[in-house]
Design a protein around this ligand. Sequence first.
Ligand code: A2P
Length: 274
Amino acid sequence: MSFEETKELANGSFIPRLGLGVWQVKDGAEAVDSVKWALQAGYRLIDTAAAYKNEVSVGEGIRASGVPREEVFITTKLWNADQGYESTLKAFDESLNKLGLDYIDLYLIHWPVEGKYKDSWRAMEEIYKSGRAKAIGVSNFHEHHIETLLKDANIVPMVDQIEIHPTLTQEPLRKFLADHKIAAEAWSPLGQGKILGNSTLVEIGKRYNKTAAQVIIRWHLQNDIIVIPKSIHQDRIKQNFDVFDFELTKDDIKRISELNINERLGPDPDNFDF
Ligand code: A2P
């Protein structure tokens, strides 16, 4: 994978800019095949989580792909019920076991559970120092969660994975992350497929002979956002990776960013109850 296709994190490790997300991908053949097809199509980043309950199949898909483990960047996440110092250490080991791996490339705190995420972070720092997670970060953290974390942290999170798509562009938070050298990563980057019929996206795509999905993925990449579209269909998995042969203009990017209506498809991290 060429340099342009990876981003250097604050600790010097490199994350592929485009990967496969497997939220809502069923454990078993569906997850095994999606991961295998993605790796065979050239993807080198797979993003799962303990909560997705498909880590076993993700591990199987990696092995079935024939791509050497060291060429693949694997992210998984600590679930809310496992937050706390000791329980984080235990949950990390369970994720490693399920995936059948001896290290994770990026381990994230999935949600900012009040009163717990600082203890979880101390455990994440230990895991990072042991070398069993090559990078650590957070997910669904607003600016104020990160500021609270940083008061006692020894290590600044390398990534914040948040909901970003053209109808929720999160520009203020992205600027805050960039100022702190924290990489922004988008979940539900295609707006869960709900915005693929948008006329602006379709019209821009026509000029490049690309689909709305490809236009959105390109918008993320050109905005320096790590992007992990989900699909369980081989043709779409391939299509979503076929985005390195065109470039959106500044005007295209501006028009897509103007689709922002601050519309969350998932919960607001200040107001979740799981
Ligand atoms: P499927 O898995 O059936 O292919 P997001 O990544 O924002 O969560 O969006 C994922 C949704 O978008 C899924 O419902 C997925 O459906 C759909 N999807 C992913 N890629 C494409 C594509 N290239 N064209 C149409 N729909 C897509």
